[in-house]
Design a protein around this ligand. Structure first.
Ligand SMILES: Cc1ncc(COP(=O)(O)O)c(C=O)c1O
Length: 492
């Protein structure tokens, strides 16, 4: 499989052209100005040199600009260009970017579009298209979403003035929302009018997969679209049996390539099923352009491009090997009594309270041994190894976990989550006057923003909802100290 974006960037860097176009670094490395404010030392590095952090620091010292200046450089500037001739243009792609997107699409079995701004951009675009689809059919856009949706979903739905019905089945926790096929069937049977789409977040932050196949079947029976936030699951396509939403019947989904594949941060895919109404393929670029920067990073696009031959080649074998390795590790940890949760093959989520630790405590234990977790809270520690994690690193991790001293179990449960009452349109709450208050003063007030910790960026309360005691307990538990609330008219 070819890599048209990478090839173009390499050719251009070799040409050593005078770059009379953006960006301002002109292809030259820049690691920060010297103490006197001059950037001469960086100019000395010159275009076309792939300088490293160390060489840049040395250059600072040699030119007498004082001690090594604060700053950094990757040497990547030479490949960091704008939409010059031949480089195509992300939102009007018909050249190298389109060719590369088609390569990705052939791997994922979908119509695939690149995002250089993460799944965040894709989620906004997906919601926008769902709203357009509803309006084309003369319907008011409505979406039924699992409550553990990411903050971007909540913000985008509010901005697009899209009606959200929360799916909040029994057993819901702050991060987990067990939306089953039966729950969706029951919901759709009772819904009048039907929503335009059902929206699932799968995998969730702790590595639990929803029954996307079952929910897709039920949605299809009722003529409702299925949209999946698969930000954490790009790799699911490449397991020996694909668990990717595009193969399980979703109409639209987003994958953050950067979360689980070796791509630069920001690299993501918007996938549209070949079975989805044609409108989605036609309007995808327009929808992405509506929210995206007009200066998408070519470095990120190149990193998506470079992935394609790897995904088509050795990735599957490496992934299967790594998934099997993690399965063995999970078994060893379970035997030791250190519980793991979730069913996603590449995520290792530990629930260490019964072993005597909070999630924070276990993360600190690992950190003291040079291993940094993705996320921790009072109950879980989330670890995200990938195919790029070395065997030796996994051995270190396993050894550290297996030698964790057992302590007396910690009692206490996370507070029950509830679905706060909506008293105002989310859009009105989000765009109106607000004030920031300590959470203790927020009971009875209406949330004006998406109040979350990030990660995991899952809202406890959405804009327009009244903050109740249960929400306050959740804020306290997850360390959220302040909350933006709608300013009452008497305060004007
Ligand atoms: C479930 C979920 N959806 C969407 C996003 C946004 O993805 P990105 O960071 O690629 O914009 C995240 C980010 O952590 C996430 O956890």
């Amino acid at each position: 499989m070819n890599t048209p974006i990478c090839d173009f960037l390499e050719r251009y860097a070799e040409e050593d052209a005078v770059r009379l176009h953006m960006p301002g670094h002109k292809g030259r490395t820049f690691s920060g100005a010297g103490r006197d404010g001059s950037a001469e030392s960086q100019a000395a590095a010159g275009a076309g040199s792939a300088a490293s952090l160390r060489t840049d620091m040395q250059a600072c010292g040699e030119t007498g600009s004082g001690a090594a200046a604060p700053g950094w450089s990757t040497g990547a500037e030479r490949y960091d260009i704008t939409e010059i001739e031949g480089a195509d243009s992300l939102y009007e792609a018909e050249g190298i970017i389109r060719e590369s997107e088609q390569n990705a699409g052939s791997l994922f079995g979908a119509e695939t579009f690149y995002s250089a701004e993460g799944s965040s951009l894709c989620i906004r675009a997906m919601l926008c298209m769902v709203a357009q689809y509803a309006r084309e059919r003369g319907e008011r856009p409505r979406i039924a979403a699992g409550r553990n949706a990411h903050r971007v979903f909540v913000g985008a739905a509010a901005l697009l003035d899209m009606e959200v019905e929360w799916l909040f089945p029994p057993g819901s926790t702050y991060l987990g929302c067990p939306v089953t096929r039966d729950a969706v069937r029951d919901y759709l049977s009772a819904a009048h009018p039907l929503p335009t789409a059902v929206y699932l977040t799968s995998p969730d932050y702790t590595g639990t997969l929803a029954d996307v196949r079952g929910v897709a079947e039920v949605c299809r029976e009722r003529g409702v679209l299925l949209v999946v936030d698969n930000a954490h699951g790009a790799y699911l396509k490449f397991l020996s049996e694909s668990l990717h939403p595009m193969d399980l019947g979703a109409d639209l989904c987003c994958d953050s390539a950067h979360k689980t594949l070796p791509a630069l941060t920001g690299g993501a895919y918007l996938h549209i099923s070949r079975k989805a109404p044609d409108m989605f393929r036609r309007r995808a670029k327009q929808a992405l352009a509506l929210f995206g920067s007009t200066s998408p990073s070519y470095l990120i696009l190149a990193s998506l491009d470079a992935l394609n031959p790897y995904l088509a080649g050795g990735f599957r074998t490496e992934l299967c090997r790594m998934a099997a390795r993690l399965k063995r590790m999970r078994q060893a940890l379970d035997e030791k009594g250190l519980a793991t949760v979730g069913d996603e093959p590449m995520k290792l989520t530990l629930a260490p309270r019964k072993f005597g630790y909070t999630g924070y405590g276990l993360a600190a234990y690992l950190s003291a041994r040079g291993m940094v977790a993705e996320y921790a809270d009072p109950d879980v520690t989330v670890l995200m190894p990938s195919v790029r994690t070395g065997d030796g690193e996994l051995e270190r991790l396993e050894a550290a976990l297996l030698s964790l001293p057992r302590r007396a179990p910690l009692c206490g449960e996370p507070p029950a989550v509830s679905l706060p009452v909506r008293v105002m349109s989310p859009r009105e709450a989000l765009l109106g006057p607000e004030e920031l208050l300590p959470v203790g003063q927020c009971v009875g007030r209406v949330a004006a923003s998406v109040t979350v910790g990030c990660p995991p960026a899952v809202p406890v309360v959405a804009p327009g909802e009244r903050i109740d005691d249960a929400a306050i307990r959740c804020f306290d538990y997850y360390g959220i100290r302040q909350c933006a609330v709608v300013r009452e008219p008497w305060q004007e």
